[in-house]
Design a protein around this ligand. Structure first.
Ligand code: BGC
Length: 467
């Protein structure tokens, strides 16, 4: 059982496990706090100081099945970067994609270098596939908080998730990408820039029109949802006929004003001090894949330093910051061997040689850490369901944590059921949603532009039939 504790553990261990506990009562309190913070973000007068920015997108229409054509999609935001070519026809899509790992020097070097890297791979992709890129509309999924002034305009508020490319914060990424494409001799027609939550929601809605929420549980954590236009005081775009706009909540920043300080531990504070975005994304830093492994590493070191485990000897291998990956928590949880030999193998790779009791301690600690993350995100989604307040709420979701950590996922689902029994919250796994959703959003933009529904001049965009 998640959160289960072993009475034989030394008190240092039980105290530590307790410090990660999120009780049902606390979950309800967190939901209330989140509601307040989200409301601040939506109000024009309070938004400048609000930590959860509730960023309005210009996405005011979901796919309706009439979108057709060929689209390019770029997906940047985690450790990988993807280029996709998506063919959309009669409510179905066919995708061809390339995936590249973003080198850390590109993530954190000069901004131009990052956009050159993107443009270079786009050029290679379009030339390899012989795509007449000039006439293919492109959707760019850029998974960072951005202010939008239109569908094809996104000004980066702040980098997150270890990205820190210089000279990009405060700038619109569309001209930056266009300039890089010019340098690399590749023609682009960027028709939409969206967050990965929004892309996932759009990819989900392409299959199931009821997807009113988008959720990413991966390297980072964030959600989007459909909000009535009247409630979004920061929205400056034209109202769509359906009278809603998708909000990129950026709820990873929940707690940045101190309102989750009772949940945070010294390990969370330590991690925050060592991140590029110090002082930001406190909620995300307790939940997302980028951080869970590091929290466990610090918690193990804490017990070693207290001489509770491993004879107080801290091996060099465990001292490497960010060296303990979140996938290890998945492996530890999935270890069904009688003697926890798989957990032992992981620990041995850090020069730790655990006794049977130490194996149990590490397993319990790991469970306490991911359980806290899962309970926190369950509170977030439950509160969004309350806001939407319809009997049934479908959440389109993607991300490595959701996909590969089934215990994390199952606990979140069962918690949501208990927290908001009034609503039937369903999950739709939108696989590759952040990429495909970029193409789907481009397709919706083209459809709206053709039918003159987007409040913008009717510009007939060509697409399709060019390969
Ligand atoms: C970013 C969000 C993004 C999330 C998931 C966060 O760090 O601020 O914009 O949606 O990660 O990728």
């Amino acid at each position: 059982m998640p959160g289960e504790q072993n009475a034989d553990f030394p008190s240092e261990v039980t105290d530590l496990i307790k410090s990660f506990e999120v009780t049902r009562d606390l979950q309800y309190q967190i939901m209330e706090r989140l509601e307040d913070e989200m409301n601040k973000g939506l109000k024009a007068a309070l938004n400048p100081t609000a930590k959860i920015k509730m960023l309005p997108t210009y996405v005011t229409s979901l796919p309706d099945g009439t979108e057709n054509g060929d689209f390019l999609a770029l997906d940047l935001g985690g450790s990988n970067f993807r280029v996709m070519w998506v063919k959309i026809k009669n409510g179905k899509s066919k995708t061809c994609m390339d995936v590249y790992t973003i080198p850390s020097e590109v993530m954190r070097g000069p901004g131009d270098q990052l956009f050159d890297y993107i443009a270079e791979h786009l050029a290679k992709f379009t030339s390899y596939h012989n795509i007449c890129e000039m006439c293919i509309p492109l959707g760019f999924t850029f998974s960072f908080p951005c202010f939008h002034k239109g569908l094809a305009s996104a000004t980066l508020v702040t980098w997150t998730k270890g990205y820190d490319a210089a000279g990009v914060e405060g700038k619109d990424v569309v001209p930056l990408l266009e300039a890089a494409c010019k340098r690399k001799n590749v023609q682009v027609d960027i028709v939409a820039v969206i967050n990965d939550t929004v892309a996932t929601q759009m990819a989900g809605a392409f299959k199931d029109h009821n997807c009113v929420v988008g959720l990413i549980l991966g390297t980072g954590c964030n959600a989007s949802y459909l909000e009535c236009t009247e409630k979004v005081e920061m929205f400056e775009g034209a109202k769509g006929p359906e009278n809603f706009v998708i909000i990129d909540c950026e709820f990873g920043a929940f707690g940045d004003n101190g309102c989750l300080d009772d949940v945070r531990t010294d390990f969370d504070r330590d991690i925050d001090r060592r991140t590029f975005n110090r002082g930001k994304q406190f909620y995300e830093k307790m939940i997302a894949g980028m951080y869970l492994g590091e929290i466990l590493r610090l918690a193990i070191i804490h017990l070693i330093n207290q001489k509770v485990i491993f004879g107080g000897v801290l091996p060099e291998a465990l001292q490497k910051e960010w060296g303990f990956k979140t996938k290890n928590l998945t492996y530890i949880e999935n270890d069904t061997t009688q003697d926890l030999s798989e957990t032992r193998e992981i620990l041995e790779s850090f020069d730790l040689h655990p006794s049977a009791a130490e194996l149990q301690i590490i397993r319990a600690l790991s469970r306490a850490i991911w359980t806290r993350g899962s309970r926190l995100v369950a509170s977030g989604i439950s509160q969004i369901a309350r806001r939407i307040n319809t009997p049934s709420v479908t959440v389109a979701v993607d991300g490595s944590l959701y996909q590969h950590f089934h215990q994390f996922r199952e606990l979140m689902l069962s918690d949501i059921k208990e927290l908001v029994p009034k609503y039937e919250v369903k999950f739709h796994h939108a696989e590759d949603g952040s990429g495909i959703g970029g193409a789907v959003t481009a397709a919706v933009a083209v459809r709206q532009s053709r039918t003159g529904q987007n409040g913008q001049p009717h510009v007939p965009l060509q697409n399709g039939d060019c390969v």
